[in-house]
Design a protein around this ligand. Structure first.
Ligand code: DAT
Ligand code: MG
Length: 145
């Protein structure tokens, strides 16, 4: 009998400006590596409006879009491509729910995030929500891949 097919996925992760400013990039990447995912690419850089409009295309025009952009422009961020079986849902599980106040303890957002009274939710990390989003977002941040 043949082995079951192992479908290796990739996902796009952002360690947002709050994670970089608070010195939490190592802590987040430690959790990713401890889980067993492979870092394929990693860069610290600043975003710009055009890049963010492509990245957050589904949110353009929403009430929180402009504060979200301002937050994402507020300092350097780290963009990462991860690889592994079911890594798209696996990283979302590590990250936890969008609202860090109620995100489950044990998750990045639940353990390390909170409400700071800002105009937009600041929750340390982004992770692609589907393999289709991952392909688009990896193309946005790492066109060379
Ligand atoms: P996620 O990052 O969990 O995939 P999302 O894609 O719905 O969440 O939204 C992108 C980011 O925008 C999210 O991480 C935090 C912020 N955000 C989402 N909904 C919001 C809201 N209702 N008010 C303020 N900020 C919000
Ligand atoms: Mg999202």
């Amino acid at each position: 009998m043949s082995e079951p097919e192992q479908v290796v996925e990739r996902t796009l992760v952002l360690l947002k400006p709050d994670a970089v400013a608070r010195g939490l990039t190592g802590e987040v990447l430690r959790r990713v590596e401890a889980k067993g995912y492979r870092i394929v690419a990693l860069v610290q850089r600043s975003a710009d409006r055009e890049l963010l409009a492509a990245h957050y295309a589904e949110h353009v025009g929403k009430p929180f879009y402009e504060p979200l952009v301002e937050f994402m422009l507020s300092g350097p961020l780290v963009a990462v491509v991860l690889e592994g079986q079911r890594v798209v849902e696996g990283f979302r599980s590590l990250a936890g729910a969008t609202d860090p106040t109620t995100a489950a303890p044990g998750t990045v957002r639940g353990d390390l995030g909170r409400d700071w009274g800002a105009k937009v939710i600041q929750n340390l990390v982004h992770g692609s929500d589907s393999t289709e989003s991952a392909a688009r977002e990896i193309g946005t941040w790492f066109p060379e891949l």
